[in-house]
Design a protein around this ligand. Sequence first.
Ligand SMILES: Cc1cc2nc3c(=O)[nH]c(=O)nc-3n(C[C@H](O)[C@H](O)[C@H](O)COP(=O)(O)OP(=O)(O)OC[C@H]3O[C@@H](n4cnc5c(N)ncnc54)[C@H](O)[C@@H]3O)c2cc1C
Length: 478
Amino acid sequence: MSQTRRRFIRTSVSAGAALFAKALGVPPKRPASTPTPEPPRQTEDVLFLRPDDSGYAAARQVYNAGILLRPNVIASCATEAGVQKALERARTENWPVAVKSGGHSFEGFSLNDDGLVVNVAPMRDLHLDPKSGLLTAGAGCRLREVNQYLLPKGRFLPSGSCATVGLAGLTLGGGYGMFARKWGLTCDHLRSFRMVDGTGAIRDSAEDPELLWAARGGGNGHFGAVTQLTLQTRPVPRAFSSWKFRAYHLDEARATALLAAWFEATTALPDDAFSAWIMNGSQVTVLLTTIGSSEDKGIVAFRRALTAQTNKATAAPVVPLTKSMPWYYGGPGPEYFKNTSAGFYRGMDDLRSALPGIFFEVFTKPGLVFQINTMGGAITHGADGAYPHRAWSYLGEAQAYWDNPFHASALRAAIGRIRDHIAKAGVTSHYANYPDLAFTDWPTAYYGAENYRRLQALKKRYDPDDHIRHPQSVRLPS
Ligand SMILES: Cc1cc2nc3c(=O)[nH]c(=O)nc-3n(C[C@H](O)[C@H](O)[C@H](O)COP(=O)(O)OP(=O)(O)OC[C@H]3O[C@@H](n4cnc5c(N)ncnc54)[C@H](O)[C@@H]3O)c2cc1C
């Protein structure tokens, strides 16, 4: 295997699909440059950082190494009062405001080029009420900190897997992972939140149920800076089981047959289980996990079907969740990548006409990954919120990774062709947390037309001068 190919495989499963780096038996990629820092807590309300200040580079760093935006000022806020001061300064200077938590936006929506960034990263206090199981978290917390805080206390918050993703950004756009079919999205666990709105006023969602509705999937950088979230936790599941199935040297016919078998086998999975179908080059890896019985008949049937269709099946030892979570933490970043939502599907038929084109791109362009994850289960009857995609059973993601900038434009072009194949197949619903600047119909794709109108009404109420904005933030109603 060539150096390039080895590097590609290592890279391709380590970023957007960071979820699966170790589960696939692939060592996580060493950071290409400085790891994404988790800044110390501040004592002052706010630090205004200019580009030549020490601390600016660390506060600006985002997971996508290709994002080059440089805000005039980054306001690192330790308190709500600090956020208010930051918004006041932006208003005085007539600057637009972006809000940054974990910095994982695919398109860099937590930075801007000509304005101010409210960086909530220093706000990272965590408190668990042992009686109610309610977790109150500062908006700067990353997923790893939440796990490290909750798991020893016997509690757990269903979310994504990547350690450095921000809890706020993930929750405000939805938030799914290996436990969403069992318990719902992270945003379904949101009970209340606090925010400084675009006018500088402090808001508590308890005062306006419509705000809580919006923050469940439609709250990323539109109305204000969320400062604190209160979420319902769950008891830690006792055991975690996982399997992986690998198929090599696939051609279009075998890949199609394997995908059909996967879709079919997922329909009998219990809600305790999660599966992902991950194609890079001519190789497919299928991941299956469960927090329920490994002898469940849907699990047993899935394993039988996938073993028959693949070259290698392996089972990991059954372990407690405290042990398995770090397997999926992924690398610290930053990475060069272009990832995008590849849409929501009911099943294979929604995607069938796009498959030859997608497979051709992935077979022929090292660095591309096409992944489909199971949704459904408890997601279908989650809390009332702006997240509109509950009826879909699957979510796709197209990913491209490179180390050498020479490959960037060819990979970006290939992602564009995959996007076109998917659009031509009639797939129109996309995940707001997997944004793509090329989605021209993003308001309906992310939120649906009716929800978008409700979000616009909130925009008018809480940010009437459109101070808080990024390229795909909710627009004021016309
Ligand atoms: C490596 C990687 C792994 C991922 N894994 C998963 C996964 O397993 N499951 C999943 O569902 N998603 C996953 N995602 C997508 C992730 O949910 C989104 O990128 C999410 O928006 C990131 O949040 P953040 O706070 O880290 O990013 P940021 O870039 O800081 O923010 C993302 C967006 O949220 C807004 N925002 C952030 N903080 C606030 C705030 N306090 N108030 C108001 N708006 C705010 C920003 O303005 C921006 O629009 C992954 C992304 C990456 C890069």
